[in-house]
Design a protein around this ligand. Structure first.
Ligand code: 5GP
Length: 238
């Protein structure tokens, strides 16, 4: 079958443009160089970010599928565009933390880089206006964002992603500190991993030096931002 082509843009997010295609079951993601942080209060561009995030996400999705974790990735179309399965997005962002930093460290006044007894999963309501507030399962169920069964499946898949991605990265000298995933529903109502998995949505530290190799370099004005994305691309290519 021929590859579907772009029709109209249906959404523009902070880092991606999303297009409908000639196949109603598929979308095209266009990855931009634009970067935002702190709920879009800080804006900028990161050279080559779109290209690198497309490539890194495609690599992770392919690796995860090979390990039995299905996801929305279909194929890479060019440097900045990927074809994905169309999903009905569940408006709940799932965060998994292997080490404590970021908003969790601040909220609970924990030590930077503390290792909890096991991975911690958090849910946030996907809302730019509200700044993606932390919620629990009861909010998601009571407000109709996800069912109890879907949340259990999201937890199961999130732990499975961590169980594969963490050692994959460790073997390449990268510590998977934390990450954010998004899930959606397929036509038949099952829960499928979507969105992107890249240095915008994960925290990666060098395993030896703990140097940050992710979007925190942009958020915290640390410099060498593109270089960090390039380093993750380079190390994960092997
Ligand atoms: P934190 O809650 O500490 O700010 O973020 C935890 C993890 O989730 C980090 O890896 C961060 O990059 C990711 N994350 C959380 N919310 C968002 C978001 O709205 N956009 C992006 N790109 N990543 C997020």
């Amino acid at each position: 079958m021929s590859v579907p082509t772009k029709t109209e843009m249906i959404a523009e997010g902070k880092a991606k443009k999303i297009y409908a295609t000639t196949d109603p079951t598929k979308l095209i993601f266009y990855f931009k160089d634009d970067a935002t942080a702190f709920n879009a209060q800080k804006k900028g561009t990161i050279e080559s970010k779109g290209m690198l995030n497309q490539r890194i996400s495609a690599r992770f999705f392919t690796m995860l599928r090979g390990k039995g974790i299905d996801n929305h990735y279909v194929e890479t179309l060019n440097d900045r565009e990927m074809l994905v399965e169309r999903l009905e997005i569940i408006p709940v962002e799932t965060i998994l933390r292997n080490l404590i930093t970021g908003s969790c460290r601040k909220r609970l006044d924990r030590e930077e880089g503390e290792e909890p007894a096991g991975p911690i999963i958090e849910f946030c309501y996907k809302s730019d206006e509200l700044g993606d507030p932390l919620i629990n399962d009861d909010h998601a169920i009571a407000f109709g964002w996800a069912t109890e069964k879907e949340l259990a499946e999201i937890r199961r898949q999130t732990l499975a992603v961590n169980a594969e991605l963490k050692p994959f990265l460790a073997a390449r000298g990268i510590l998977l500190v934390d990450f954010k995933l998004e899930f959606g529903r397929t036509q038949d109502g099952s829960v499928l991993l979507g969105d992107e998995i890249c240095p915008d949505t994960c925290r990666f530290w060098d395993i030896e030096t703990r140097k940050k190799l992710d979007k925190d370099r942009f958020r915290q004005d640390l410099g060498e931002v593109s270089e960090a994305y390039l380093e993750i691309d380079r190390r994960t290519a092997q």
